[in-house]
Write a new protein. Structure first.
Length: 383
């Protein structure tokens, strides 16, 4: 793997520290690499027998891309992704584009589309090159963790460490379910399309290798399990989106394998650290997939946690980490929750919103995108 020169951490206190990371997903591997780049001796413990992400697509926005670059992965990331040119809100009923918001002219790193498995492999290769030891099939509990200077929980919504710090929480079903699938679709434009209809929407964007990622969300009373890879019948997806534009339903006709999951809202953890334990990413602040920021916020967390620990002793570094991150992730989560409403409008509010999008796209498309400058322009590697 070609590696770029990483941005250095500044303090040097991580050198020689023993860091145990629980979970070999995106957040855990990013944290492992960030600490290893600072000279820590890092071990990752993954409960699955192998690291194999069957998932689907994932979006890395400029704020997350800056972390990948600082970890020395910029060139490899560019080679394994599609650079997005635009976002296009679509009327899923008529199939017409409402407007187009150009991403290619934004300053800074490109907005990129990855297959999740490729991004996992990229981080895993970086970790191994940096001397990280990865254990699979590691069925460990919080009490059985190896002795370490720092234990990092990057093990997602089913974290074994989040309850240790906060006790059990009570997520609630949002009344929405999501399907995700990947289809063969050569020649797709490098554009993310948001297909909006009353009480449902779909997002499509291309992946390397002539594939197209599909995430489709519907409001419904019927509960579904929480989880990324619960198989469902493609016919159920097609039935849920029947009657919409053939431009969308034609894509759904190509789906031959699909996963379904229920969307649950979890509270942001009150406590992200205790003693020598810290959590990050979905273990600390699960977010709904309506702003495409789950992985990006986890990358930011990983860098900030490693930087705080590199600059101070653990008892002072961990509170500083939570203080630096909490307000930002809460704002992102709130924005994602708001998008869930905007995408599913019906009746007069829908017509007004679509007219507004057309007007903004015609008159001031840059101003519309600039409302997310606080998110995309943020650079944790410079703070």
């Amino acid at each position: 793997m070609t590696r770029d020169k990483p941005t250095a951490l500044r303090g040097g206190l991580n050198r020689g520290r023993r860091v145990a990371v629980v979970g070999a997903g995106l957040s855990g591997l990013a944290a492992a690499l960030a600490f290893a780049r600072g000279g820590a001796r890092v071990e990752v413990f993954e409960r699955a027998p192998e690291i194999a992400e069957v998932g689907a697509g994932i979006q890395v926005s400029p704020n997350g891309a800056r972390v990948l670059a600082a970890l020395g992965l910029e060139g490899a990331a560019a080679a394994r992704s599609v650079a997005a040119q635009a976002v296009e809100p679509m009327d899923a009923i008529t199939g017409r584009r409402l407007t187009r918001f150009d991403l290619s002219e934004r300053a800074g790193p490109a907005y990129r589309f990855f297959h999740r498995a490729a991004l996992i492999d990229l981080l895993l290769e970086g970790c191994r090159a940096a001397g990280v030891t990865v254990h699979t099939g590691a069925q460990i509990s919080a009490d059985a963790l190896p002795v370490a200077d720092l234990v990092v929980g990057g093990d997602g919504i089913r974290s074994v460490l989040r309850p240790v710090l906060n006790g059990a929480d009570a997520p609630f079903f949002t009344g929405q379910v999501a399907w995700r699938a990947v289809i063969d679709h050569p020649g797709a434009e490098p554009v993310a399309r948001v297909w909006m209809a009353p009480r449902q929407h779909a997002v499509t964007y291309p992946l390397p290798g002539g594939r197209l990622n599909i995430v489709a969300v519907q409001e419904r009373l019927q509960w579904a399990k929480e989880g990324w890879n619960i198989p469902d019948e493609p016919g159920n997806l097609r039935h849920a989106f029947r009657g919409l534009s053939g431009r969308l339903t034609g894509l759904l006709e190509k789906v031959d394998s699909v996963g379904l999951w229920g969307l649950f809202r979890h509270p942001v953890a009150a406590q992200w650290h205790k003693d020598n334990i810290a959590i990050l990413g979905d273990a600390a602040h699960p977010t709904l997939p309506f702003l495409a920021q789950g992985a990006n916020l986890a990358f930011e967390d990983a860098w900030v946690l490693a930087a705080c620990c590199d600059a101070d002793e653990i008892p002072a570094a961990l509170p500083h980490y939570q203080q630096m991150r909490r307000a930002r992730v809460e704002r992102a989560i709130s924005t994602a929750n708001g998008n869930a409403v905007k995408y599913h409008l019906s009746g007069l509010p829908r017509r007004v919103a679509h007219l507004g999008l057309r007007g903004i796209g015609a008159v001031a498309p840059g101003a519309y995108m600039n409302r997310l400058n606080w998110l995309y322009d943020h650079d944790v590697t410079r703070t």
